[in-house]
Write a protein that binds this ligand. Structure first.
Ligand code: ATP
Ligand code: MG
Length: 369
């Protein structure tokens, strides 16, 4: 059963439509991420679930109950924000115990409960310290403990890790996920970081300019984007478009970049214009032609060693930039600038943009030109 239901919710601020007819659900104990670029309406959606913002239209239900008109303090919701929002002049214990104090829990019981929750977020022995003496990651654990201490029904988090440095952020992903599982609490998590959403969530809902673009399990959204926005926003890829044509008894995509590609089944009818995305990690490189399907030449421009992967930037005949990613360390001197390389992608690894969305594309491009 759905625990949190957001149904046809719209939020307007004067003439800005921040959230436009968005619907999604989170099941009991599920971890759902709202993923999308800056300004797409993630925070506004979360604030409406919390009751900090009222929808212009639509319904929000928690545990089957319509809470659309209920004020925030009547909803049992824990919230964690990007900036820890801890009270600097209170101790860690007072910070974490604050929601209990507001609910009239006696001091002794409060202290016990605070110690217990701090223990569960792996922060024992900091109860009497000031939050300012703690590291960013520790402060975020305190914020999480404060959000969970009163056993809320739902946990909402708005970019809670974005103020941390990369290494800590990746450690905290695992930690937040562990805590969420342990508390078994329905969680809605806002982020613009795709890797974060994919690593942590049971399901992701991708927002684009106030609209819900796609929702599903991370793998499904990654492998089968249903809109051009999701296909380009998720992952690192090169976009190629062109007409589908019949050539020598085969139906292929003749891209405007001069590369001819065999398409995965079902192949669309000849005459259609189609857009495909070539995921960087699905492409392979070789110095000589290998004769594989979907092989085409490119010119090497730069090699970028990033530690966990190596990026190769190449250009196609018409100047289109193409990026290829290989896991781990690859010899940097393998290719020189200006070398001709051969790129391949198996037809089944091509991400085909949703046909009707792709068809609208030329009109958009013309209006820009
Ligand atoms: N109180 C407000 N008054 C007017 N416009 C607002 C208000 N809050 C948000 N907006 C607008 O609504 C849109 C969505 O904003 P929102 O903060 O929900 O985006 P977001 O996805 O959280 O972005 P970010 O990743 O930058 O935090 C933006 O265009 C924003 O300017
Ligand atoms: Mg935001």
């Amino acid at each position: 059963m759905s625990h949190v239901e957001v149904e046809h919710v719209t939020k307007r601020f004067d003439d800005v439509v921040a959230v436009d007819d968005v619907s999604f659900t989170a099941a009991e104990g599920e971890f759902v991420s709202l993923l999308g670029p800056s300004g797409c309406g993630k925070t506004t959606t979360l604030r409406m679930i919390a009751g900090l913002e009222m929808p212009t239209e639509g319904t929000i239900r928690i545990g089957g109950e319509d809470v659309t008109d209920q004020p925030a303090y009547e909803r049992e919701i824990g919230m964690v924000f990007q900036h820890y929002a801890l009270f600097p002049h209170k101790t860690v214990g007072e910070n974490v115990g604050f929601p209990l104090k507001m609910r009239g829990v006696p001091a002794e019981r409060r202290r016990e409960r605070v110690a217990e929750v701090l223990d569960r977020v792996r922060l024992p022995d900091v109860m009497d310290r000031s939050p300012e003496e703690l590291s960013g990651g520790q402060q975020q654990r305190v914020a999480l403990a404060r959000a969970l201490v009163f056993e809320p029904d739902v946990l909402l988090m708005d970019e809670p890790l974005s103020a941390l440095d990369r290494v800590l952020r990746e450690q905290m992903r695992v930690e937040v996920q562990r805590i969420q599982r342990e508390f078994d609490i329905t969680t809605i998590y806002v982020t613009h970081d795709q890797a974060e959403a994919f690593a942590m969530s049971d399901r992701v809902a991708v927002l684009d300019d106030g609209h819900l673009s796609q929702q599903g399990r991370p793998l499904d959204v990654y492998e089968n984007p249903t809109s051009e926005f999701v296909a380009s926003f998720i992952g690192e890829s090169t976009k190629l478009s062109g007409p589908v044509v019949d050539r020598e008894g085969r139906r292929v995509l003749e891209t405007d970049a001069g590369v001819t590609l065999t398409l995965p089944e079902p192949v669309p009818p000849a005459g259609d214009r189609l857009t495909v995305y070539l995921r960087a990690e699905k492409l392979s490189l070789s110095a000589e032609p290998t004769g594989a399907a979907n092989e085409f030449p490119a010119t090497m421009t730069t090699t970028n060693y990033l530690g966990e992967k190596t990026q190769f930037f190449c250009t196609l005949e018409d100047g289109t930039e193409l990026v290829v990613a290989e896991q781990g360390f690859t010899a940097l001197d393998r290719y020189d600038q200006g070398d001709t390389v051969y790129v391949t992608i198996p037809p089944s690894d091509l991400v085909v943009a949703h046909a009707d969305v792709a068809a609208e594309q030329p009109a958009v491009d013309e209006s820009v030109v």
